[in-house]
Design a protein around this ligand. Sequence first.
Ligand code: HGY
Ligand code: MN
Ligand code: MN
Length: 408
Amino acid sequence: MNINEERLWKSVNDLAAITVEGQPWTRRSFTEKYNQGREWLIKQMKESGLSVRMDEASNVIGRREGTDSSLPPIVIGSHTDTVPDGGRFDGIAGVLAGLEIARTLHEQNIQLKYPIEIVDFTAEEPSEYGLSTVGSRAWSANLSEEMLSYTDSNGQTLREAIAFAGGNPDQIQNCRREKGSISLYLEMHIEQGPVLLHQNAKLGVVSGIVGIQRYKVTVDGLPNHAGTTPMNLRNDALTAAAEMALALETEANQTFEQPVVATVGVFNNFPNASNVIPGKVEFYLEIRSISENVIDLVAEGFLKKVDEITKKRDVQNSVENISRSGSIVVSDEVKKLLHEACNNAADSVIELPSGAGHDTNQMSLLAPVGMIFIPCKDGRSHCPEEWAEKDDVALGTQALLNAIIEFS
Ligand code: HGY
Ligand code: MN
Ligand code: MN
């Protein structure tokens, strides 16, 4: 059974084109554009014979029944939100691979043994509320009341944002899935790094995925006149926060039992005026590694330095642990299934770990999980230049279909 490469490629282009004008390729979660993209997706799902619904966490789910209704479904998922300035493939490639599989089964009138669910998980990328993998967290019972009360810079809550996206946050516990209620979770994704490219491989079977911890740090200093306040009488929040960001880099540059990366990706300065000593800075950071122990070591070292810098510079800090997602190791059984499926679709297949996080991390708490990676041009992602070749998207999708058929 073969997927339709042209039809799949058209879908990728159609959905990618639903972007903020003048800011390609941006479709941030909980915006009008995001909702518009999902309306498009729902229409395509319905035309592919799927029964479609949106759950309480505003996840979009398209379902095709199997011949044995007593079996838990195979779930194929990913996301349709992007980071700012985005990427045309991060997320949507996986959802549209699922859609293409549904279309292929529909047009050939084939019903597999297992039900299949194609899922566009809500807000996989860090949202304006600081939290990522919002929809898959709701399934795995990792979306707390406290998280729902996180706010964006306008004071709107994540709870309100989920309602705006069409969900029902007051009943969010109803969309939880029990462990064992999913037979298999699979996700296809662009690699977002250079490994497949450098090894001349067409497809990758993911061996494991990093864990991620995210923190929000607020530094309070004393705003004052930038001309009249001598250097030794300042409580500058920005220079203190800058020293903290450097301290994070130093901590992560040490040698540990496993590689680790740490990044300050958001930095807000208040009041952000040339002639005012910064009175307040908020910054968000994340730490990633396959080893959760290493993440903890870097976090501990960093937090100690934050306190030292705070004292030394006579400012104040508050630190909030926004989220933590555990690292995962893919089972030998699922890797074997995916190696066979990939080898039947492409010539050169390798195994590699993922430094990017995915909804798969949350799904691993509920089901056996696996991921297939396709190459991305110049190993670049989370930028407008992000690119995957048409035939690679098709190969990854074909491999995904092969895996589902084999499993069924
Ligand atoms: O941030 C990540 O790792 C992913 O791209 N969402
Ligand atoms: Mn991403
Ligand atoms: Mn992604």
